[in-house]
Design a protein around this ligand. Structure first.
Ligand code: DX5
Ligand code: ZN
Length: 224
């Protein structure tokens, strides 16, 4: 079994036919990545809570919620209670990382902590023992279709090294933004194991085949 996970982001899917879009990728995807934006933390707005809840409840695969909202401390656990498998909030937006993580965990979801390109790994290093996933953004959050920031790879390597020091870790290291067939191996080589891919998947004429191709590349890359 592959140690890698691919999480298609529906941000750039055809939102008018979302259920169909999700059904096209479900069999090949590990998790469905759901980007929640509030037009405050990032200059863009996406799904409100009722819409998010509907997607979480009806998705045929586990949902990986990525909160890009200004005040996640109060609302993060509600996504876990709605049934999300994983809820990620931004370090830059949180006031109480520890209690927000605990609230998500108590509601039954994995806890993710995200950092923007300008935030160093050292800012979140102390939280590694209490999270299940670290998300290192490889674009400025807010929009799909941006170019992968290869200069984030030293930060990914630093995080990988720290995660590997944790005894018996099941801590995932996710990258999000600009992940394509051209960039995914760079992120894997730096130590990422969980990959969000939005436009590369949903702008492909064969979204499911694109995910398979990404996984094949990751598994071949590992053998080289
Ligand atoms: C950007 C979002 C991403 C976005 C990725 O802020 O967090 O999940 O959908 O899209 P691509 O893969 O097109 O960069
Ligand atoms: Zn995202």
């Amino acid at each position: 079994m592959s140690k890698y996970r691919i999480c298609p982001s529906i941000l750039n899917a055809d939102l008018a036919n979302l259920d169909l879009e999700i059904s096209r990728i479900a069999s090949e995807s590990d998790l469905l990545h759901l980007d929640i934006m509030d037009n405050i933390f990032v200059p863009n707005k996406t799904f409100d809570f009722p819409e998010s809840e509907r997607i979480i409840v009806t998705s045929p695969i586990p949902v990986d919620v990525h909160l890009m909202i200004a005040d996640p401390d109060q609302s993060a656990a509600a996504y876990a209670r709605a049934g999300a498998a994983s809820v990620t909030f931004h370090f830059e937006a949180a006031h109480e990382v520890g209690s927000t993580a605990e609230a998500i965990k108590s509601a039954g979801a994995r806890v993710g902590l995200a950092i923007k390109p300008g935030t160093p790994f050292s800012a979140v290093a102390d939280f590694l023992p209490i999270v299940d996933m670290l998300l290192i953004m490889t674009v400025e959050p807010g929009f799909g279709g941006q170019a992968f920031m290869a200069d984030m790879m030293p930060k990914v390597s630093e995080a990988r090294h720290a995660i590997d020091q944790i005894p018996a870790p099941d801590t995932w290291l996710q990258v999000d933004g600009g992940v394509t067939l051209e960039t995914i191996l760079k992120a894997a080589e730096a130590g990422a194991d969980t990959f969000v891919a939005g436009s590369a998947v949903f702008r492909s004429p064969e979204p499911a085949a694109m995910i398979v191709e990404m996984k094949n590349l990751l598994n071949r890359g590992r053998l080289l």
